[in-house]
Design a binder for this molecule. Structure first.
Ligand code: BES
Ligand code: MN
Ligand code: ZN
Length: 530
């Protein structure tokens, strides 16, 4: 899909479908639908429809009319954005996505989406919310629309033999002519980069275990970096893949203990992003769990639903998607990404409950349950990132079923060992529109992972499973400011939604990109993106 901006008068735009958000400004029970545009021609074209009471502005409501009068567009699509007072970039992203997913099955391939007008100055003071333009500025609105459209364009049914490629050809974002064009062009380009990168992650996560082994994941990462290098705006970006021998040589006993049971060789994927003139510090270490299939190992999982464990590499794939976007947006901040890729299999070579493993850091680990493998591979990944110079760490992992129980599919779990890094991360969440909820890391939980034979054990019993998993990881980050994301509940969407398909979500990519950008000292930019 292509994305472009238009500053043409809306009535003149020739498109298969013009789409606009409708908000509900009603305060009580009666809806009061209001079009999210100042354009007189569009308002006139839908005046009868709005007064009919058939449109309410309810969130994700879709109403399409053909041959709207007074405008060149063949169709006009109204998409509900919900209560005006709650409307923000978060809703706008999904509204744009809803338009795309409404049109795709109808074989409509081009769309012109009207960006919210700027409300500075002339806005009606009686309106409780000035919508997105006032809260965030028109550039944020353009970015949100484009991100939402790309995310909506993804469908997971790639192995269906009668699959029709229903991707959209083009989205045009219609902005009003008075805006700063250069800023909007940049926002559009960023939205495309981030949306495409989130979809790159989803592509990887969507692949089944037989088609996404550690070796294949490493190859996809290397190919991505090769393609990226010329587009990285002068930054150096390199990929390296460490094999099983190297993993053992580095004494990554925790990582290897998971890999040893599988016939598929593991891979440690290491990507370095080094922008010209960026200081050594900060260096952001992004560490992802890349279990390409999790059977549980000797502590084998029940067969019901085990097929879903192909998405156990979603944390690793999120790091790859994030790097893909970061290299193109090119903030002057160093990044090291590490993906610990392995299968978790039962076999004659597999580790057993009761085994003791020595992690790269020197800590000894008693294995209680071989299904608690994610924390093992991450233990060495986090330690290695610090060794390579990371000053700040973020890991992402489909780590625990307990996090799914605690937060479901709405919020990912966030853990932080430092309030300042959490503040930074919160700001990134605000910008990305992703939902995550902070969880505790009190010292009192530490005793749950004490072992009688070794320094720690790899499970903490029934209670607070997501927390004890995080406490385990904390043993390997020392004093380095660190964020841990448990995305077990949010990396896979079980049902189709108006704005996104069932399947891999690509969660964390957008927030990671915003988080890294937040470290950039001088964020003024005028250069267009390539
Ligand atoms: N990959 C799973 C966690 C998971 C569960 C992800 C459900 C997505 C959906 C992880 O490796 C795991 O098996 N965790 C165990 C830990 C337990 C043995 C302490 C779990 O959560 O049951
Ligand atoms: Mn497991
Ligand atoms: Zn797992």
């Amino acid at each position: 899909m292509n994305a472009k901006l238009s500053f043409d008068p809306i009535a003149q735009i020739e498109t298969e479908c013009l789409a606009v958000a409708v908000l509900d400004e009603g305060s009580g029970k009666d809806p009061k639908p209001v079009m999210l545009t100042d354009d007189a021609d569009v308002k006139k074209a839908v005046a009868d429809l709005l007064s009919s009471g058939e449109v309410t502005g309810k969130i994700f409501e879709t109403v399409m009319i053909h041959r709207p009068q007074g405008v060149r567009a063949r169709r006009l699509l109204l998409v509900g954005g919900g209560k005006a007072k709650n409307f923000s970039a978060y809703e706008l992203r999904k509204v744009a996505g809803t338009a795309v997913r409404f049109l795709k099955p109808k074989s409509i391939r081009t769309l012109a989406f009207i960006a919210p007008p700027s409300w500075s100055g002339e806005a009606d003071p009686s309106v409780q919310s000035r919508y997105i333009a006032e809260r965030r500025g028109p550039a944020e609105a353009v970015k949100a629309i484009v991100e939402g459209a790309y995310v909506a364009d993804f469908d997971p049914d790639v192995y269906r033999s009668d699959r029709k490629d229903q991707r959209m050809n083009e989205i045009t974002v219609v902005a009003s002519g008075t805006e700063d064009r250069q800023a909007l062009e940049r926002a559009l380009a960023e939205g495309r980069i981030i949306g495409e990168s989130q979809n790159f992650t989803r592509e990887l996560v969507n692949e089944p275990g037989n088609k996404m082994t550690p070796t294949i994941l490493a190859r996809r990462a290397t190919e991505m970096v090769k393609e990226l290098a010329p587009r990285a705006n002068g930054a150096r970006i390199t990929a390296e893949v460490l094999d099983g021998n190297k993993i053992r040589e580095l004494k990554m006993g925790a990582f290897w203990s998971v890999a040893q049971g599988s016939d598929e060789p593991p891979a440690l994927i290491l990507i370095r992003y080094e922008p010209e003139g960026a200081p050594e510090s900060p260096t952001i270490g992004l560490v992802g769990k890349g279990i390409t299939f999790d059977t549980g190992g000797i502590s084998i999982k029940p067969s019901d639903g085990m097929e879903k464990m192909k998405y156990d590499m979603a944390g690793g794939a999120a790091m790859l998607g994030a790097v893909r976007a970061i290299a193109q947006i090119a903030p002057k901040v160093r990044v090291i990404a590490i993906v610990c890729a392995s299968e978790n299999m039962p076999s004659g070579k597999a580790q057993k409950p009761g085994d003791v493993q020595i992690a790269m850091s020197g800590k000894s680990i008693e294995i209680i349950n071989t299904d608690a493998e994610g924390r093992l591979v991450l233990a060495d990944g986090l330690n290695y990132a610090r060794q390579l110079g990371a000053t700040h760490l973020v890991d992402a992992a489909t780590l625990t079923g307990a996090c799914v129980v605690a937060l479901g599919g709405v919020n990912a779990g966030v853990f932080a060992n430092n309030d300042e890094i959490f503040e930074r991360f919160s700001a990134a969440l605000e910008a990305s529109g992703e939902k995550m909820w902070r969880m505790p890391l009190d010292e009192e939980y530490r005793e749950r992972i004490r072992s009688g034979i070794a320094d720690i054990k790899n499970t903490g019993g029934r209670g607070a499973g997501a927390v004890t998993a995080a406490m385990f990881l904390k043993e390997f980050v020392d004093q380095t400011p660190w964020i841990h994301l448990d995305i077990a509940g949010t990396a896979w969407i079980d049902e189709n939604k108006a704005w996104i398909a069932q399947g891999p979500s690509g969660v964390a990519v957008r927030t990671l990109v915003e988080f890294v950008r937040g470290f950039e000292k001088n964020r003024e930019r005028t250069q267009p993106l390539r």
